[in-house]
Design a protein around this ligand. Structure first.
Ligand code: HEC
Ligand code: HEC
Ligand code: HEC
Ligand code: HEC
Length: 468
């Protein structure tokens, strides 16, 4: 339908930066400003960059404009592979966000997805490291994606299959192009509690590798898991790199692209909302020893993963398996809980209805009352990260636990806004349950409700006047 034609026309011209042919790198050692017509144009090579998923496997669906998600990414990558079967896929690091069982399952799922998409390298970020050496070691053994870090020095490399760099060889008709891929994590991002590994100063770790790799590769690329300022510093000190992929705290990657001498420094952006595609153009070069290639970076394209992309069936199924694992491991019942304030308890909407019948009847007609069913419809009702905002008091004792044990606390109920009502039920105090905009914003935050406006929203659901 019209969606599909829109897709075809716009996908590949999203945010495109075509670079002038001046970034000639160490392969040729001199500028290649010769007339392009005389040089037989050779194939180009494409590199796809993503990273900093930060536990974001898919858009939650809370609002419509959300970008990203692994299954949309898969669809895009399949299209790009149709154009170039040699596509190189690289991951900057930070698949999970927090520590804990859910993020362990997430990490495994996300890595599985990268594997299925054909990623070559996953650089290790500090959030990956926080998952612990045991899990990382295990994943590094079972995954086809190579784990790379040039500055993490592991104490037991037999358990942890990690490489300081890899050289990816791409065969073109005439020659073989060698892309050297290194990776670092900034020591400044490492929590002091992470004692298992030693993280070296990036530049000290990179320098010896670079002097070794410079002659062995045609294009050198660094996955720099650091903030832009630090990545730029590396670019200044290590001009051997043709491209440095950076990140951290960058929302719109296309706005922050930098060129430091002949090195491009580009961020990937957070939560996998964008995919960057780099085009390396090759030009045939006749030397005394025979034909070889100049390579230069000719285009950088930042593609927002929006509604134009369908979900890939394969990754959608993988994410369903992820949800099934959350259910099977009963993660909802293991959510960390605190006591509600001053010994209060959640009692559920039905109790309120006894005295506030009219408000209750009206509330039943609002989306809040069916917020749990919304999750059931999208198959996320066992995911603590969703349930939290779609029920009463998940993070409190006496709040929602499971649908079996606390069915009365499903949905965004009276007490989601007014707070636990056990005391009020006895005292009928007028002072109970003051609600302001700040109560709404616990759930209606930028991520989940970007268009939230208190007045406008409250108007849509405001209670009817009580019968006296
Ligand atoms: C921080 C709180 C929060 C979290 C966490 C959250 N949601 Fe929501 N969700 C909301 C809010 C608020 C809305 C209403 C947004 C609006 O209308 O502006 C909403 C709306 C939705 C809707 C649209 C309902 C409709 O029909 O209009 C879906 C679907 C949904 N959420 C699913 C999920 C899923 C799946 C997850 C977990 C991946 C999740 N939510 C996590 C707060 C949250
Ligand atoms: C046994 C009857 C009863 C029950 C049960 C009850 N309330 Fe009330 N509620 C009252 C009365 C009576 C008042 C005081 C009304 C007045 O004096 O104007 C009140 C006041 C309130 C107020 C303050 C209104 C104001 O004047 O600002 C809120 C909010 C409220 N109730 C919410 C709830 C919620 C939520 C529940 C369920 C958790 C609940 N009530 C349960 C009887 C009840
Ligand atoms: C505990 C989390 C939570 C709180 C607190 C919360 N909301 Fe919501 N809100 C949601 C969720 C989840 C949805 C989506 C419900 C659905 O359709 O599944 C939603 C939907 C809505 C909607 C659309 C519902 C409809 O019927 O069209 C409005 C309007 C709204 N909220 C207003 C507010 C206002 C105003 C406040 C504060 C007074 C508030 N919400 C507090 C979670 C919350
Ligand atoms: C989305 C958040 C939200 C939910 C859910 C909610 N309320 Fe309220 N409630 C409010 C806000 C906001 C006010 C009024 C604030 C104001 O006008 O000062 C209010 C006011 C009230 C009042 C005093 C209003 C009056 O007319 O005197 C009562 C009583 C009350 N709510 C009861 C309930 C009951 C019972 C439920 C569940 C059936 C419920 N509320 C669900 C946000 C909520």
């Amino acid at each position: 339908m019209s969606q599909i034609s829109v897709f075809k026309t716009f996908v590949f011209i999203s945010i495109l930066l075509v670079l002038s042919n001046q970034g000639c790198n160490h392969l040729c050692g001199k500028e290649t400003n010769g007339s392009p017509d005389k040089t037989k144009s050779a194939p180009s090579i494409h590199i796809v960059l993503t990273g900093e998923e930060n536990g974001y496997l898919e858009p939650c669906g809370c609002s419509e404009e959300q970008l990203g998600g692994l299954s949309k990414r898969h669809t895009l990558i399949s299209h790009l592979k149709e154009k170039d079967e040699n596509l190189i896929l690289l991951s900057l690091g930070d698949l999970p966000s927090k520590v804990g069982r859910q993020d362990e399952i997430k990490m495994e799922t996300a890595l599985d997805a990268l594997d299925r998409m054909g990623y070559v390298v996953h650089n290790i970020g500090e959030k990956d490291l926080n998952m612990g050496i045991d899990l990382l070691g295990y994943l590094s053994q079972i995954s086809n994606v190579d784990f790379v870090s040039s500055n993490i020095v592991d104490l037991d490399t037999s358990a942890f299959n990690i490489k300081p760099y890899i050289i990816k060889e791409i065969k073109t008709e005439e020659s073989i192009l060698k892309v050297g891929i290194l990776g670092i994590v900034s020591p400044e991002l490492i929590e002091s509690a992470c004692q298992d590994v030693k993280v070296l100063d990036p530049i000290l770790a990179l320098k010896p590798l670079l002097s070794d790799l410079h002659d062995k590769t045609d294009f050198l690329l660094l996955l720099s898991h650091a903030e832009m300022a630090e990545s730029i510093k590396i670019a200044e000190v290590c001009p051997e790199f043709d491209l440095i992929v950076s990140g951290h705290l960058v929302d719109r990657p296309d706005l922050y692209l930098k060129k430091v001498n002949n090195t491009y420094v580009i961020p990937v952006g957070e939560k996998g909302k964008y995919v960057s595609e780099i085009t390396l153009s090759l030009q045939e070069k006749q030397t005394d020893e025979g034909g070889s290639f100049n390579s230069f970076l000719s285009a950088i394209e930042t593609i927002p993963l929006d509604g134009k992309f369908e979900d890939s069936h394969e990754i959608a199924m993988l994410l369903r398996t992820y949800q099934q694992r959350l259910k099977d491991e009963e993660l909802l019942a293991q959510v960390f809980k605190v006591d509600p304030p001053s010994g209060l308890e959640f009692i559920g909407n039905k109790d309120c209805a006894v005295c506030h019948g009219k408000i209750f009847k009206h509330w039943e007609e609002t989306g809040h009352s069916s917020a749990y069913e919304t999750l059931v419809r999208s198959g996320h009702e066992y995911d603590p990260e969703c349930v939290e905002c779609h029920v009463i008091g998940l993070n409190y004792f006496t709040g929602f636990e499971t649908i079996e044990s606390t069915p009365a606390l499903k949905g965004v109920g009276c007490e989601s806004c007014h707070g636990p009502g056990s005391d009020h039920k006895e005292t009928l105090s007028k002072d109970y349950g003051r609600v302001g905009v700040e109560n709404c914003e616990i759930c209606h935050n930028d991520e989940h409700s970007p268009n939230f406006e208190f007045k406008e929203y409250w108007e849509k659901i405001k209670h009817p006047a009580e019968e006296k």
